[in-house]
Design a protein around this ligand. Sequence first.
Ligand code: 6PG
Length: 504
Amino acid sequence: PKCDIGFIGAGVMGKNLILNLADNGYRVAAFDLDHHKLEQLLQQDQQERGEQPPRIMACNSYTELLSFLSPPHLIILSVPAGKAVDDVCYKLIDAGIGADDIIVDTGNSLWTDTVAREKAFESKFIFFSTAVSGGEVGARFGPSLMPSGDPYAWTRIKPIWQAIAAKVDAKTGEPIERFEPGNPVKEGEPCAVYIGPSGSGHYVKMVHNGIEYADMQLICEAYQVMRDILHMPAAEIAAVFKQWNDGPLHSYLIEISAEVLATKDSETGLPLVDVIMDRAAQKGTGLWTAVSSLQLGSPAPTIAEAVYARAISALKSERVKAATVLAGPAENVISAAEKQDIIQSLHDALYCAKICVYAQGFNLMKTAAVEYGWKLCFAEIAKIWRAGCIIRAVFLQSISQAYQRDDELENLLLDPFFAKQISKYQQNWRKAVANATLAGIPVAALSSALSYYDSYRTAVLPANLLQGQRDFFGAHTFERTDKAKGRQYHVEWNQTNRPMVKIK
Ligand code: 6PG
């Protein structure tokens, strides 16, 4: 029998996407260079479903995979981002795919690679992309999907993506979760919406990951304050996060942080976090977000700080040495009452900083949309991040509502709801940053978000002096506050009376 979809790559994400597709009634022909992975896939499928007729065809070659499909072929790739994507595309061309066939890349590809691929393969087949968030479990039971590219291809892919995507209760904005093989969630709003032209979906996913980096770093800073200032053991910190997860911070990342902190190491019986090395790895998407924000001049300092925090964490041996050489402040004794205060201030700081991170991320997407000619719908983007993805949070419902109220919103901070939230909690945010700083505990992300907020709400920044400095050493000119915008002036700094010259 013929299959509906060809699938290449049966790694962790690929295998789970295939099982998800199969649960939703699609017959899948699968191929992986490592045949062992396909065997594992079939084994898992059989274990989950018992003795039932196979619904996944494991293929031995690209040609065999095509023989199971009817044209126009639809083939999904889940291979490592980068060269592997091109390699597979060329192999499929050799195997005989044609101009009407669609290949969908679901990896964490750099968005400019996606744009280049769509062009390069234009006459050979339709290259479409869909960024996937949600890790293993998301892929298996409902990821958040960010498709972009050829609109015709989207009409073909849409029902499939809407079937396998995570679902949200439209009224509450809460994810509808059911992690049962063979029993996918059918009701609710699917977290799969067409983002725009080629590359835009992967750009949006890249920003999602930038926000993910910042969100994770903020949580880690709150953890460090509790660990190193309040000397709380991991289990006690876990309980605090668990409690926070019942309020406005309710999110997947807070939930898993509580779980990680509550877990004991199976070998030593110690709290697991206490035996995990404090050296963070990264695969690049956070860095790409920071680079893009610098290139577009759209400030996302907290995302950049989160990338730097991983970089500084990687300098483990230097830090261990420096810890014995460089002095910090003397330690203060904290009373029980102060401890509760500090915990509450951390909660509020986390909430305010998180708002700033989303403001940075959404503004970056807004700037990119103008720069690259996309029409992004931010209310929809916030909606598909309410479930399935790593940054899923109750909070995204409010962001979606903010953009529904005003889709031209200049900055999320200016939305009346969020402006009010920050004004209500900002005192504690300032306290949390100040306390940590006085105690010598780094809170790069919490404090960078605060500086972002304070800079954004400051009518007159010190950039007037900066412009003066630039003009002084390099005749770079400046505008005057009392003259029309765009007029450029320069001071002849070397002359004793320092005369002003109008340049244009
Ligand atoms: C997701 C994740 C996913 C992945 C990243 C993590 O949305 O499902 O973001 O894409 O876990 O690769 O990136 P780092 O390895 O850079 O932390």
